[in-house]
Design a protein around this ligand. Structure first.
Ligand code: ACM
Length: 496
């Protein structure tokens, strides 16, 4: 039996300051009142909880701090506080003491790829809830890719009539997997109302939804819908293989105008100050074969420069719309960038370092640590083992501010973001398996001070946080390895 005193330390994910006191506080209702006081000496998103036998006093710097205070009270009350319905009539019991807390980074994000495998709206709303439970505040929704277009655009109905559906999917991924298709049609998309609902639901929970429409590569689904957007005249299907398509957007003025309207529509739905334009993994082979004259007409010295040209067209349009562009670090290799572009550093840390030194804000997303679709162990039972080995411990040990970034550039690091790409995660259960508990480790990386002790975290996770995930119905990967039914991918009979 642990004392209330010990519990205060163990129950909350490493707050900035904890001072346990004797006694316990009994509450009938966990929705405690929180006073918002910008003069309380608390940093942005900060809160202070004073828990005494007589009750809880809570002060917060702002709305976000208020939500964090309420979330912490829930954590202190134990796993039952995370069940959809309360299952016992007794009062909640909180350990007494003072907690003062605020996040280390303002961008505490998670990408959910709904393009490779569409996730129903209810699954996205549930994912928002899970982010909020972990005090994460950005959901980056990857809405378009070669394999699917998921956002309804009323001016261009074929984007979803055609671009949202594909004939099948690769079962695995060479070289570890085969090129075999599952032969199972897949698709789906969000209506404007669906997306507005997601945005509003997330906003109520303190989560900003950053939409991504990927240009000028990762665009085969759009080209399948409107072949005039492509570089060759050849009709293409929505891609059924993983990997990168050579089918990129052409550089005609009409195609840029098309995408400006797409981004206008996206900006009318999403209130995020930041909108992602992708810009990653752009093969230039088709431009070299078919767009050399257009590149010359635009004053570019090589068709390869159409990559940077495209990024500038859309980033400038977003800035006209009053938004900032977020782009993957590949755009750093593609020529001059407009100054306000935020760089998402995914190919390691070097892109983030270069971008910060060049005066760009950055979000650190390195695949070596923060790609949660990557395999969690080397064990042969791990389902579809792609990518780097990203163990729970690797995520927990990740430090978002690169050690060799000079002092003046360090504040360019807005935070970090975990990525849940879904080539091999075709339903919410598999997403749970990939995301948890690694996302809990990540949540602490972006919230807490940099000094971390993995063994201490692992004990706290096993004892206090996994029971919360159980109460939430999250089918996480147990720390000892997958449950037997989790070793197989979601499609019955899929070979590994
Ligand atoms: C990416 O993984 N292509 C951003």
């Amino acid at each position: 039996m642990t004392s209330a005193h010990e519990r205060l330390h163990g129950l909350v994910p490493r707050p900035v300051r904890v001072d346990p006191a004797p006694g316990a506080c009994e509450l009938d209702d966990l929705t405690i009142p929180v006073v918002i006081d910008p003069q309380a000496g608390l940093p942005a998103e900060g809160y202070r909880l004073s828990i005494a036998p007589s009750g809880v006093r809570a002060v917060a710097a702002d709305e976000a701090g208020k939500r964090h205070a309420q979330q912490t009270v829930r954590q202190l009350a134990g796993p039952d506080a995370f069940r959809a319905a309360r299952i016992h009539p007794d009062p909640w019991v909180l350990p007494c003491g003072e907690i003062e807390d605020h996040p280390r980074f303002s961008w505490r994000g998670c990408l959910l790829d709904v393009a490779r495998h569409f996730q129903p709206k209810a699954a996205v709303l549930r994912f928002v809830d899970l982010l909020a439970v972990h005090k994460l505040n950005v959901l980056h929704l990857h809405l378009t890719d070669d394999q699917g277009w998921r956002v309804e655009v009323p001016d261009y109905p074929r984007l979803t009539e055609v671009g949202a559906w594909r004939e099948g999917s690769w079962v695995g991924r060479p070289p570890d997997g085969t090129r075999e298709h599952d032969g199972r049609p897949h698709g789906g998309y969000y209506t404007t109302d669906d997306l507005r609902e997601i945005v509003a639901y997330a906003r109520e929970r303190g989560v900003t939804v950053v939409p991504e429409v990927d240009i000028p590569g990762h665009s085969q689904a759009a080209i399948a819908a409107y072949p005039d957007l492509g570089t060759t005249a050849e009709p293409v299907p929505v891609r059924t293989a993983w990997g990168i398509s050579d089918h990129v957007l052409n550089a005609e003025e009409s195609t840029v105008a098309f995408y400006r309207r797409v981004f206008d529509h996206v900006a009318s739905i999403f209130d995020s100050p930041v909108i992602a334009l992708g810009g990653d993994e752009v093969p230039t082979v088709q431009w070299r074969a078919h767009a050399a004259a257009r590149a010359a007409e635009l004053g570019l010295s090589s068709p390869d420069e159409l990559h940077g040209w495209w990024v500038r067209q859309i980033a400038e349009h977003l800035s006209v719309l009053g938004r900032r562009a977020l782009a993957w670090d590949d755009v750093l290799d593609a020529g001059t960038l407009p100054p306000g572009v935020i760089i998402a550093s995914w190919r390691g840390e070097q892109g983030g370092i270069a971008a910060a030194l060049a005066g760009h804000d950055v979000v650190m997303c390195p695949e070596q640590y923060l790609y949660l679709d990557h395999r969690q162990s080397d064990h042969p039972d791990e389902p579809i083992p792609v990518g780097y080995l990203v163990r729970l411990e690797d995520v927990y040990r990740y430090e978002p501010v690169p050690a060799d970034l000079p002092g003046s550039a360090r504040q360019r690091v807005l935070g970090a973001q975990a990525q849940v790409w879904t080539e091999h995660l075709d339903n919410p259960r598999r997403i749970d398996y990939a995301a948890f508990p690694r996302l809990a480790a990540f949540a602490e990386v972006v919230w807490s001070p940099p000094e971390r002790d993995y063994a201490e975290f692992a004990r706290r996770l096993a004892r206090h946080h996994l029971p919360r995930l159980d109460a939430l119905g999250v089918e996480y990967r147990p720390m000892g390895g997958p449950r037997p039914w989790q070793t197989r991918p979601g499609v019955p009979g899929r070979p590994r």
